[in-house]
Design a protein around this ligand. Structure first.
Ligand SMILES: NC(=O)c1ccc[n+]([C@@H]2O[C@H](COP(=O)([O-])OP(=O)(O)OC[C@H]3O[C@@H](n4cnc5c(N)ncnc54)[C@H](OP(=O)(O)O)[C@@H]3O)[C@@H](O)[C@H]2O)c1
Length: 304
């Protein structure tokens, strides 16, 4: 048995209850990881509250958490690239990160220059950011608008697009203008006048990445002159706008994890600022994120 924070039901943060779960031996293509830190993301809050009931195979009694970092404890048959004792970051499409141990199918080794906190903060956001930059086909010389560009995913996507030679317009709150400027983007204020703010800088954009899910798809399609190169990570009305709602893309997950980890190790990726909390405080963390009193990435420490 390993310690965990269990989703006892769907509902308010109180449904997250400290407990224990059984983690079996790793099967073919799996590793078992002793977790140091687990990342908390907005999708966790949506699942817990019941908005995404069952969407990720989760159910009451299961454990949330799309990402974690720690040390390999055991490897399953056919796994040869890591061995017990190796530091890894894991992406968990089937969840399970809010625990002391987890079985993972997708991992990347953590280079010495990357700390365990950063390693745990990277997998879900980094995979998503690399994916949407690929899906929108961002290329050198183009202009891409990223909405929610100071968030965990948006901040990485912006840097990947800048690295491709694109001009990035970063839609963020004024308090985050300096942050996105430092990573090479041009800030514009988000909000109801988003399209107007963008047009004050450029007449149109080549692509839009919506990493906010904040109801911006009408403006996005207008600014991009169509839906082909507009993608959202979370807008529930994507289909109404004929816009792609991006989701994990199995065959490319590992290569994307490796690409973003390499950039992080090389000191070429700035991540959203972080707060660390003990694993058992997961309910309070959800409460603080929901009330917006906390506006950072949160890492749950399984060792605390
Ligand atoms: N489909 C997938 O595979 C996938 C994967 C990962 C994440 N996601 C989803 O993608 C979204 C972003 O994730 P994340 O981890 O980056 O979340 P995050 O760190 O909380 O960032 C969300 C960003 O959206 C911004 N935002 C809030 N209201 C806005 C508005 N009205 N207009 C423009 N921006 C606004 C926030 O800015 P403020 O801080 O100023 O409020 C914040 O910077 C979430 O909805 C998450 O569930 C989907």
């Amino acid at each position: 048995m390993t310690k965990a924070v269990v989703l006892s039901d769907y509902g308010p943060p109180e449904v997250l209850v400290p407990g224990e779960v059984e983690i079996g031996p790793p099967g073919p293509g799996q590793i078992r990881v002793n977790i140091e830190f687990a990342g908390v993301g907005p999708t966790d809050l949506a699942i817990r509250s019941g908005h995404l009931k069952g969407a990720f195979g989760n159910r009451p009694g299961s454990v949330l958490g799309f990402e974690a970092a720690g040390v390999v404890d055991a490897v399953g048959p056919s796994v040869s690239d890591v061995r017990p004792g190796d530091p890894v970051a894991v992406f968990l499409p089937e969840l399970g990160g809010y625990a002391g141990q987890v079985l993972a199918r997708y991992w990347v080794r953590v280079p010495q220059s990357v700390g365990a906190q950063d390693a745990a903060a990277l997998p879900a956001s980094g995979e998503a950011a690399a994916r949407v930059v690929d899906e929108t086909g961002v290329a050198a010389g183009e202009t891409v608008l990223i909405v929610g560009a100071a968030g965990s995913v948006g901040l990485i996507a912006g840097q990947l697009a800048v690295a491709r030679g694109a001009r990035v317009l970063a839609a963020v709150r004024p308090g985050d203008f300096d942050l996105v400027t430092e990573v090479g983007a041009t800030p514009v204020a988000y909000g109801p006048a988003l399209a107007e703010h963008v047009r004050a800088v450029v007449p149109s954009v080549d692509a839009v990445i919506d990493a906010s899910g904040a109801g911006v798809l009408g403006a996005a399609v207008e600014l991009a002159g169509g839906t082909d190169r507009v993608v959202t990570l979370s807008d529930p009305h994507a289909a109404d706008f004929a816009v792609r709602l991006s989701g994990p893309d199995g065959p490319h997950i590992t290569e994307r994890l490796q690409a973003v980890m390499a950039l992080l190790a090389a000191g070429r990726l700035t991540l959203r600022s972080q707060t660390v909390a003990p694993l058992v405080d997961a309910a309070q963390v959800h409460r603080d994120l929901e009330s917006r009193t906390l506006r950072t990435k949160v890492l749950l420490s399984a060792q605390a």
